[in-house]
Design a protein around this ligand. Sequence first.
Ligand code: F6R
Length: 238
Amino acid sequence: MLVHVYPAEELTCRAAAFLFAAQLTQKPDSVFGFATGSTPIPCYKDLISFYEQGLLDFSQVISFNLDEYCGIAQDHPSSYHRFMHENLFSHINIPKENIHIPNSMGVDACERYDKAIEQAGGIDLQLLGIGKNGHIGFNEPDDAFSCGTHIVKLTESTIAANARFFKDEKDVPRTAISMGISSIMACHSIVLIATGESKAKAVYDTLNGPINPHVPASILRLHPNATFLLDQDAASML
Ligand code: F6R
């Protein structure tokens, strides 16, 4: 596992954009895993800028997002569908039919998502943020690591953290659909970005504590090709 610490948030996210750019340059039909939240936004801005400058071509890319809330429409202002379109997809030339975002509709929704990832040949490069409680995707602290895509009950801490994207905390959905820990560990390469002091404890526990499901990100230490990109604030307890 590699850990890099950068002097500023912008540089940390640019380092992630460089990894995506290198992967895409070497494999034009790369399968990318994307995350939502505040953390990756500067990375997506850089990818858009690389595309606009003619450095990158997303026309053969296939993408899978980590997660989505249950019970809100795709065009809801706070849906992850909407987030991805506004912050990345509508600015690059990825074909609409190549974009996959989990959708909790239908009894076999989770199995279908896992099958689609498998049929695409697996995810070449997965982007991750990290929750203040060490969650990755919506894999919350628990007594066991989760397996494939599944429906999750959000913790109070995640509901409170995500309330900023909704009018009111009570509007935050209580459940979500998320790729599981096994799905994440099956990705060929992983890049996790953590920025800001509020992530320092989660980063410390992930990298220095025991590998255990109460800090879901800690399992990434067992991944053969995981890279942690941290700004100085997120790395301040290391
Ligand atoms: C979202 C996701 C979450 C976030 C995490 C950090 O797709 O996978 O695990 O990465 O909650 O969110 P931010 O970046 O908003 O601090």
